[in-house]
Design a protein around this ligand. Structure first.
Ligand SMILES: Cc1cc2nc3c(=O)[nH]c(=O)nc-3n(C[C@H](O)[C@H](O)[C@H](O)COP(=O)(O)OP(=O)(O)OC[C@H]3O[C@@H](n4cnc5c(N)ncnc54)[C@H](O)[C@@H]3O)c2cc1C
Length: 377
């Protein structure tokens, strides 16, 4: 898998990604190349056009993409395709799977994932976007933020409230999940200018009277939070894989620069002060990868994987960020120049730290679930 994916990625040079970082254009050619060779359906069952493989294989694919130098610009361009529609695979009915999955596998449709809201933040149960049932359809009103790829997406997977928070027993109840057309007549999409990954947009969505047919609701009304949870762990595993891949791309560039750059009459890589941080990054990336594959193995074997998936995401994000930062420092002044690519990697490596969940919240989760300490959030 690594070799096959790498072969596709090799057609997209570092300069291709540097150009996308400058002009902010979605990497369409890259997306189409992966689609043409069937990679977008890696985790989608064969009955719907996919390869029916697990999250372990998807992790290999995403790590390889990021490690090729495509970084998060490449990985995020296809990330949603890979596991984003897992709630449809697991909880959708036959008609929905046949209608929704094949166009994603073929690369004919792109989807975005609209969960985060301005007033709710990480406290997802406080989201305020509402869907009201009117006969055979729902009407959605509200706002989302950070929705990635909404500039180019045809469809969106959206979590909204269908029963008010004070009318349900538990705050996680009363939320519903829809996979529906991103109808721009009712959804205003405003791009957020951001630090990195310019080629893959992130947006604010203002939703005003979006009509959604009842057939686009995934599973039961009010049970959406349970369905979305099913996708959380695989997503953490894939983000971990992407962060490790990016870290490896940075380490590769730093190592090769350290061998070539001669100062004080010898390659800078001959100095232990340059070697040791690079060796440390190598070890931390290896360790994070093991943790990531442990979580992927658990998920693929139907075992609980929450602690491992969160730990993998945390460790991989830290290791990836540190490798990118070390790569910039190894390059000295040139690390700050765009043509050496590592400054772009450093900006992109922050994404894995923040999304889809922050390090603080992972620490809260581990403290509670693994150490039995009182819930703090
Ligand atoms: C590039 C990018 C792409 C994204 N793409 C998507 C997407 O496609 N779809 C989508 O739905 N979302 C997306 N997100 C959103 C992302 O998942 C959220 O930004 C993230 O979950 C954090 O939520 P928040 O920004 O609202 O932070 P907040 O919830 O406002 O938190 C702010 C800070 O406070 C800390 N904090 C909050 N509560 C506690 C507590 N109890 N204890 C300790 N610390 C706490 C947090 O850890 C964080 O550091 C994306 C974000 C980025 C940056």
């Amino acid at each position: 898998m690594r070799r096959a994916v790498d072969k596709i990625c090799a057609r997209f040079s570092d300069d291709y990604w540097l150009e996308r970082d400058r002009d902010g254009k979605f990497p369409d050619r890259f997306h189409r190349s992966l689609a043409a060779e069937g990679w977008l359906g890696v985790c989608i069952p064969e009955a719907y056009g996919g390869s029916g493989l697990g999250v372990s294989e998807a992790a290999v694919m995403m790590e390889t993409i990021a490690a090729s130098g495509a970084g998060f610009s490449g990985a995020s361009a296809v990330h949603m395709n890979i596991f984003g529609l897992n709630p449809v695979v697991v909880y959708g009915n036959e008609e929905q799977k046949l209608r929704m999955l094949p166009p994603i596998v073929a690369g004919q449709e792109k989807a975005c994932f609209a969960v985060t809201e301005p007033n709710a933040g990480l406290d997802t149960t406080k989201l305020e976007t509402r869907a009201e049932r009117r006969g055979d359809h729902y009407v959605i009103n509200g706002a989302k933020v950070w929705t990635s790829t909404a500039q180019v997406a045809d469809k969106m997977l959206i979590l909204v409230r269908t029963t008010p928070r004070d009318a349900v027993r538990k705050p996680t109840q009363g939320l519903s999940l829809f996979y529906t057309a991103l109808d721009r007549r009712s959804v205003e999409v405003h791009e957020i200018e951001k630090m990195g990954r310019k080629a893959v947009d992130s947006n604010q969505l203002f939703i005003d009277g979006l009509e959604v047919p009842i057939e686009d609701r995934i599973g039961e009304e009010d049970q959406g939070f349970t369905y979305i949870l099913h996708g959380f762990n695989p997503e953490r595993i894939l983000v971990a894989a992407e962060a490790i891949g990016l870290g490896r791309a940075a380490l590769r560039r730093a190592t090769s620069y350290a061998k070539e750059r001669v100062v004080f009459g010898r390659p800078i890589g001959q100095n232990q002060a340059i070697q040791h941080p690079l060796a440390q990054c190598w070890m931390e990336l290896e360790a994070a990868e093991l943790m990531m594959f442990k979580a992927a193995w658990q998920y693929d074997h139907g075992e609980p994987c929450g602690p491992a998936a969160n730990t993998a995401k945390y460790l991989a994000a830290e290791a990836g960020f540190k490798a990118c930062q070390t790569a910039v420092m190894t390059h000295g002044g040139y690390g700050y120049a765009k043509e050496y690519h590592v400054e772009r990697y450093l900006r992109e490596s922050m994404i894995a730290k923040i999304a889809p969940v922050t390090p603080q919240l992972i620490l809260c989760f581990i403290a509670e679930k693994e150490l039995g300490l009182p819930k703090s959030y």
